[in-house]
Ligand binder design. Structure first.
Ligand code: ADP
Length: 598
């Protein structure tokens, strides 16, 4: 077996530190360049006041040498300022792009992972929650690895270089300036701790709201027809209100921290002016040095006020990483990460799918839904499954196509246990048409061709004819170019079913399962569709599931399910004679059909 080329994130569990390192490594060259450029920007920022200081101290000097020096310093300031603009632009490009690249790469990894994750994962993770992770949490990760990185690097350089330059002018004044800044930091730390919990809560609330909206939108028809709108509105408002309260708490802390940090900066300026004035009078400092010192205090103001935003980005980003990792670290069954070669898949042809003593229950504490089922679907044969509603037909289908996790040793393809084949490979052999078909918001033709390449118009027409949909389509103004709307809302239940049959017939696999797909068509159409399907599937096997005997009469073999047990199997004529349940169901449905035609 060949190992699939999925990325590390799909296959391996990573702890948070490894995950962050992985994301940083993705853009290591950009980050390296960004760090160098941000350092240069900050170095220019502290150098410029130094030359301004030298220039100011020369203002009183009327000598030619003094004038020449002044001109040089002013020119240096102009060149440095222009250079700073250019370097800053590039530093932003190299620091911000990695955030977007990381977001796009993680989105791909998440989508790939979702493709591999088994059904049991989706039972635990609602679609709304996944959508929220793909949007809100990935935005949080983007900000962390883009804006967050850039601002952090800026703050580190600004807070380390600026005090050094200040120290060079006056260590004493620098120490005094540190007092209000330290007080500002203490208050900032307190707010930082409180915000951490709130950011985690905010993302959970966003996920809850997304789950709720998905549920409401999926059931919008029911909500309207059952007049449930007031209840839905109040439920959505409750969720929205909780989110709003959480956001308001965060804003309150932010609006408290920002002025405190600004106040600390202003206090520093007052100290510089007061103490610096005294030092000026005692000739310990020049007017140029005080001007430079004030410029440095302005330079410190920006990173200080940025601290609040960095804290927000950091905390949101960390919580987002947790959510993203919950999906990326979910287990994929080992066999699903293997890929068979085309030759190995071709070798499946001609094999029998055998069910051997299959039992299944959804949860440990629930009764068996399938109890000791055994039967075969030989290559090319047509097998029917009859059973009343709730007898376990769909569960059997979902075991056969490995949608559900079945026990080892219960279903075999030839000699091979299906639990040892990846689901992706297995589905190249088996295709399922479900009773509630999913249609994409696209045209009829696109819905048929989706996922298949190089399909001609005549192939589409052929499957439309076979599935008895061609007549309906010709009556639509735009024919097969008609848009079916979201989830096929423009089509009737029977049309949706026939469209999904047409899709399956376009490139039939070796075994096609049709799970009660003819329930929404009349008996005559059902007969014609089955004729069309069987003429197309001469060499392929088919498993047709139905609660209507009429749909199964022409099958090679029919198995009868009742309360999860296989109570009879054989041909239609055999069962009429030997299975009282089958006979009674057939007679009942014959009478129903006659009543309808009268
Ligand atoms: P059929 O297709 O014959 O109508 P199903 O296979 O859908 O029957 O259902 C058989 C039994 O399994 C029913 O009692 C149903 O309630 C139960 N069942 C189906 N799906 C689930 C599930 N996801 N979790 C728990 N029980 C389920």
């Amino acid at each position: 077996m060949v190992v699939n080329d999925g990325s590390n994130l799909i296959r391996y569990h990573m702890n948070k530190r490894q995950f962050i390192l992985h994301c940083l490594r993705l853009n290591k060259n950009s980050y390296l360049l960004a760090i160098i450029l941000i350092f240069i920007v900050n170095w220019l920022q502290v150098e410029i006041p130094h030359y301004i200081q030298l220039a100011i101290d020369l203002i009183d000097d009327s000598s030619q040498v003094g004038h020449d020096k002044l001109t040089t310093y002013v020119s240096i300031v102009v060149v440095m300022s222009a250079l700073m603009i250019v370097v800053r632009i590039f530093s932003r490009i190299y620091a911000l792009n990695p955030g977007r690249i990381t977001e796009a790469s993680l989105k791909n990894d998440l989508l790939k992972k979702l493709n591999y994750l088994p059904n049991s994962f989706h039972e635990k993770f609602a679609s709304g929650r996944l959508i929220s992770i793909l949007n809100n949490d990935l935005s949080g990760v983007r900000l962390l690895f883009g804006t967050g990185f850039m601002q952090l690097a800026n703050v580190i350089f600004a807070l380390s270089l600026t005090p050094l330059w200040m120290w060079n002018i006056s260590p004493e004044l620098t120490l005094y300036s540190a007092i209000p800044i330290s007080v500002g930091f203490v208050i900032f730390r307190y707010g930082f701790k409180r915000m951490k919990k709130l950011h985690a809560e905010q993302l959970i609330r966003l996920q809850e709201l997304s789950v709720q909206l998905m549920n409401f939108l999926s059931g919008i028809d029911l909500i309207k027809s059952q007049q449930m709108s007031p209840w839905v509105q109040s439920e959505a408002e409750k969720c929205n209100q909780q989110l709003l309260e959480c956001k308001l708490k965060i804003t309150r802390i932010q609006t408290f921290i920002m002025p405190v940090l600004e106040f600390a900066n202003n206090l520093m300026k007052i100290l510089i002016l007061g103490l610096g004035g005294v030092m000026l009078l005692s000739h310990q400092l020049t007017i140029g040095e005080i001007t430079a010192f004030l410029s440095y205090s302005v330079l410190l103001a920006l990173p200080l006020t940025q601290l609040g935003r960095i804290a927000t980005i950091y905390q949101r980003g960390m919580v987002s990483i947790d959510s993203v990792q919950k999906v990326l670290n979910s287990d994929i069954p080992a066999q699903d990460l293997q890929t068979l070669s085309d030759e190995q898949i071709d070798a499946f042809k001609g094999n029998t799918l055998s069910v051997k003593n299959l039992s299944f229950r959804y949860h440990q504490d629930q009764p068996l839904v399938l109890d000791d089922i055994s039967f075969d679907i030989p290559a090319g044969k047509k097998v029917g499954v009859l059973g009343s509603i709730g007898s376990g037909k769909t569960t059997l289908v979902n075991c056969l196509n490995h949608h559900l996790d079945v026990a080892k040793g219960s279903i075999f393809l030839g000699e091979k246990d299906i639990t040892t084949i990846s689901r992706n490979d297995f589905r190249r052999y088996i295709k399922t048409v479900t009773q509630s078909p999913y249609l994409f918001s696209a045209t009829i033709e696109e819905n048929i061709c989706f996922g298949s390449e190089n399909i001609t118009k005549s192939q589409v027409e052929e499957v439309l004819n076979l599935s008895q949909l061609a007549g309906d389509v010709s009556r639509f103004e735009k024919g097969d170019q008609t848009l079916v709307g979201e989830k096929g809302i423009m089509l009737s239940g029977g049309q949706k079913q026939r469209l999904s049959i047409a899709r399956a017939l376009l490139k039939p696999s070796d075994l096609i399962i049709m799970d009660d797909v003819l329930s929404a068509v009349d008996y005559e159409t059902e007969r014609k569709i089955l004729q069309g399907v069987f003429s197309r599937l001469k060499n392929q096997a088919a498993l047709v599931v139905s609660h209507r005997v009429s749909a199964l009469e022409y099958m090679d073999e029919i198995i009868v399910l009742s309360e999860g047990r296989l109570i009879a199997k054989g041909s239609h004529h055999f069962l009429l004679k030997n299975s009282p349940y089958y006979y009674e169901t057939w007679q009942l449905q014959q009478n129903e059909a006659e009543d309808k035609t009268c």
